[in-house]
Design a protein around this ligand. Structure first.
Ligand SMILES: [Zn+2]
Length: 486
């Protein structure tokens, strides 16, 4: 089965703007890109074209699907818990009321419906691959399967609390992660699984170390939130002051290496970034949520100069990668730091190849090239007044300006086509395999229910989660065996 994206008005195969072209076509066979070139040449080499499926791209921009390096598809309702205020100055209190409670409230039905709608939102704004850090991993996996995207499932492990709907002790949380790897991790398919420690302050070090062994055993990635909040950074540094700070501690323990993908990295300083670059660990930048959460911003221009691989993520299910690419173009110009700004190519690279490389998928996805997976998106330019003045003549005079103009205003626009591994999820601006309105209606039912439920619990002085041990604690301060019975 062959499909041709014919006569693309703009073809942007990668962040290398010298590859940008007009009038070229992309030929797909089954799940891979067979050839890129002039349509007549493709027919000569691979024809006859009689049974080729044709996408007329004379009025379209064609590019690789975006790679969302970090999301929690089940947390979209969590935005509503801000109605009761936030406590970023005290991370433990903040997590209990605005993160653990919304997570613990979920049923399998609500988690499935909300995760599916969040995935559809990400997909229709350009993502074809989504990392999903999640509770109730089996249900989350089913929702991603239904959404049809390439999935990187990250079952959440943490030990300092237990959710009402997923009461796992520290051993069970490791067992759950290993079972998910065995059942769902298949790098040859659309599904991979990574080891995910939620954060360092809320997970026993023994579990982090065993998690790293697990990632090594199955040769997968080890992902964690890494210093999103100033409070957690300050407390972690105080905890390990005798060892030169938390970064040094975790580095010495073997928990910072090329298997690691760290979310945010917002509070890393220059010295730590230099050390990070030497390890080969990746950072996933989530500028939208950093700005609207507690107001910080990773030093991305410095990271890129230092050679750190940086990808782009959403962090919240209602956000999208393209908006985060746009924000990354803007915020680093504003930050009062020595190194300012990133280029359009760098921003685009982060949302495609940067995220792909973070998960070891750079040979497979993240750009359009012969032999790579056919993860392709198109945008219909026919009514795209917001993208003016996209002029094909600029390809010859300065293609970077086209990429800049595109990235500056494409956020919010929906794809015309979305193809994942040769399968169309969207054609002509509509999903082919799901009724989007019906799914949103189901999710809306849960969104309406969530705040009254949460208010009722709060009024009774109760939570949807319970504390098992203190955050920011050394393993030798707790009885690991006793915690198995907690
Ligand atoms: Zn996150």
């Amino acid at each position: 089965m062959k499909t041709v994206f014919r006569d693309c008005k703009f073809l942007i195969p990668s962040a290398d703007v010298s590859e940008m072209s007009t009038g070229q076509s992309v030929l797909v066979e089954d799940d891979v890109i067979l050839a890129i070139g002039a349509y007549a040449d493709l027919v000569r080499a691979h024809g006859p074209a009689d049974d080729w499926q044709v996408v007329d791209c004379a009025g379209k921009l064609v590019m690789p699907g975006l790679v969302d390096g970090h999301n929690h598809l089940c947390n979209t309702h969590m935005n509503l818990s801000r109605a009761f205020g936030c406590h970023w100055e005290d991370i433990t209190a903040h997590m209990l009321t605005t993160v653990h409670d919304p997570y613990g409230w979920h049923t399998t039905e609500s988690l499935y419906d909300i995760s599916l709608v969040s995935a559809l939102n990400d997909i229709k704004h350009g993502a074809t691959t989504i990392e999903n850090s999640t509770i109730m991993a089996d249900t989350a996996f089913a929702a991603m399967q239904r959404a049809g995207c390439r999935s990187i499932l990250a079952p959440q492990m943490a030990t300092s609390f237990q959710l009402e709907n997923e009461q796992l002790n520290w051993q069970q949380t490791l067992d759950m992660a290993e079972r998910c790897i065995r059942e769902y991790h298949d790098p040859g398919s659309l599904s991979t699984v990574v080891v995910h420690v939620h954060d360092q302050w809320d997970t026993l070090e023994e579990v982090m170390l065993r998690g790293m062994r697990l990632a090594e055993k199955y040769d997968t990635k080890y992902v964690t939130h890494f210093w999103e909040f100033p409070d957690s950074r300050a407390r972690a540094d105080a905890e390990f002051a005798g060892e030169g700070g938390a970064f040094s501690h975790y580095y010495d323990k073997g928990l910072i290496n090329d298997r690691c993908v760290f979310f945010h990295g917002s509070t890393l300083n220059e010295g730590e970034i230099d050390r990070l670059a030497e390890t080969g660990a990746s950072i996933i930048h989530n500028p939208e949520i950093n700005g609207t959460n507690c107001g910080n911003c990773a030093y991305i221009p410095y990271m890129l100069r230092a050679g750190v691989n940086v990808g782009t993520g959403c962090d919240y299910g209602s956000l999208d990668v393209m908006s985060n690419i746009k924000l990354s173009l803007a915020v680093h110009n504003i930050m009062p730091r020595e190194y300012k700004g990133i280029s359009a190519s760098q921003a685009f690279h982060m949302g495609t190849m940067g995220s792909a490389r973070a998960y070891g998928m750079q040979e497979k996805i993240g750009s359009l090239a012969v032999g790579k997976q056919a993860d392709i998106i198109t945008f219909d330019l026919t009514h795209a007044t917001q993208l003016a003045p996209l002029a094909t003549s600029a390809i010859a005079y300065g293609p970077e300006i086209l990429l800049f103009l595109f990235l500056r205003n494409v956020a919010g626009m929906e794809t015309a086509e979305t193809m994942v591994a040769g399968r169309f999820l969207r054609r002509d601006g509509r999903f082919l395999h799901v009724d989007e309105a019906e799914m949103l209606e189901k999710a809306n039912h849960w969104f309406e229910k969530f705040l009254p439920d949460l208010a009722t619990r709060r009024a009774a002085g109760e939570h949807y989660s319970r504390i098992i041990h203190q955050d920011f604690i050394h393993d030798d301060e707790v009885d690991l065996d006793a915690l198995l019975k907690a």
